[in-house]
Design a protein around this ligand. Sequence first.
Ligand code: THG
Length: 367
Amino acid sequence: MFGITPSARLRPSPYYEATLAEGVTAFTTYNHMLMPTSYGHPEEEYWRLINGVSQWDVAVERQVQLQGPDAGRLAQILCTRDLSRCQVGQGKYVAVCNHDGVLINDPILLKLDEDRYWLSIADSNIWFWARAIAAERGLKVTVSEPDVSPLAVQGPKAEDVVAAIFGDWVRDVKYFWFKETSVNGIPVAVARSGWSKQGGFELYLMDGSKGTQLWNIVREAGKPWDIGPGNPNVCERIESGLISYGGDTDGQTNPFEVRMGKYVDLGVADDVIGIQALRRIHQGGVKRQQLGVILDGDTPTELGFFRHGVYRGEQRVGHLTNCIWSWRLKRNIGFGLVASDCATGDRVVVHKDGQRIEASLVTLPFI
Ligand code: THG
């Protein structure tokens, strides 16, 4: 289609050379970096994730480090989820909101020490945000970006591959927990996490000069399980109901609208950013909700990423935030951000240019 002009504004991933060697064919931008989005065989890459194991350059999941005596306080002020019981070595999926309760990121929080945390962020600048909040509140904390680059190993065979590299102890790592270790002298944190529901790990490389080496260690260890390259898979994540910040959210979206209410603890302290607005929104009733949309028909439709209108009768009730052909369901599926009075089972119509496509609303996840 077209190329991307390199620039120092687009920071290369430590795995960049390795992904070129694997035959990467497309990238997207995310956190001012390039993330591979295809190796040219989308269906094969999908089934490898569903049935086997794949390795992903997700260095774009950049880390915002909070360090110092007030690091824990800052972490809690930034996140609407109660962190009081979060232990060293534990990670948690969290919502970061602005003062109006609008979602501005959905990171994974990792507690490395009592006074050191990482926010493994989605695609928005949280360094600015965290520094500004820390300064305004007079907190003793340094906000920085450490030399850390996640590599995901995802799929039902991922545990075998990661155990082959690090040992069988990884089989006991709990969901979202992590452990710092090393392989061939390369420092990594091994976490059970990743943006798929097929199981797997993320290796947080802590030395950016060793990207190709770590990539190849995983590649070699994975050979018995036929590992291959992949990337956060848009089809699998839609089937599994995983949220993409910025894709499924807009400048008004609050966590309740996108099924993230369970990451809002209304009882956290009043100084948590956004919590007072979220209490009001919760009390007053949420106006929109995220539901699955299944289009009628069993042939792939190119709806792309435009926010096509969703109608019930003549009334516009919302829009699609994504839509993809599901290889497992053999249907076109997507997320709808629709009015709260819509319900599972409702029949709707998706308007695309002049076209009208009948569809049904369903509960997420699809699978
Ligand atoms: N890994 C790491 N950093 C990341 C992501 C990641 N940063 C950006 C982005 N992904 C953050 N967003 C998500 C979204 C969903 C999940 C993880 C990160 C996720 N959700 C599960 C779900 O919704 O079913 C489980 C959440 C839970 O129950 O706690 O896994 O992938 N390092």
